[in-house]
Design a protein around this ligand. Structure first.
Ligand code: SF4
Length: 142
């Protein structure tokens, strides 16, 4: 199995109920949408970023994981486009005892159901009507 990552970096969470926590962001490449307000257009093409095997991606995570990181965000692009590799990497993060956090539109219920057991927190970006610039956010911790 392969995964395609656009970038990986540590920063401070700037949104939601875990605002202010030290976070490793894994930005997955590819998204089927084209929201005009997208702040990561370079990550939308499915061939953007770089391809890794799962073990290479785990090594990359280990290399970038700093001390006292509170959570790891799976973001994009749209992570569910790569739901199988997202699930594998989320299980890897979970095995380290670090909180897993998914940022997604949850556009595909089957793919969302597939990855759901591997995440503690979901940050759902719900696009009610992209043409009319409608967007709301919901949080869930479970
Ligand atoms: S779903 Fe997210 S990543 Fe995709 S185009 Fe919209 S804002 Fe950008």
């Amino acid at each position: 199995m392969k995964t395609r990552l656009f970038e990986i970096f540590t920063s401070i969470e700037g949104e939601g109920i875990l605002y202010g926590t030290k976070t490793l962001f894994i930005r997955f490449a590819g998204c089927p949408f084209s929201c005009f307000y997208c702040d990561t257009p370079d990550a939308l093409p499915s061939d953007s970023g770089k391809e890794y095997s799962i073990s290479e991606a785990c090594n990359l995570i280990d290399k970038n994981l700093q001390n006292n990181t509170y959570k790891v965000n799976f973001t994009g692009g749209e992570p569910l486009v790569q739901h199988e590799s997202v699930n594998e990497l989320a299980k890897y993060i979970k095995s380290k005892g670090i909180l897993t956090y998914l940022e997604s539109s949850c556009f595909d219920s089957q793919k969302f159901s597939y990855v759901l057991p591997s995440f503690r927190c979901i940050y759902k970006n719900e696009k009610n009507n992209i043409q009319q610039n409608s967007c709301k956010f919901q949080n869930r911790i479970g």
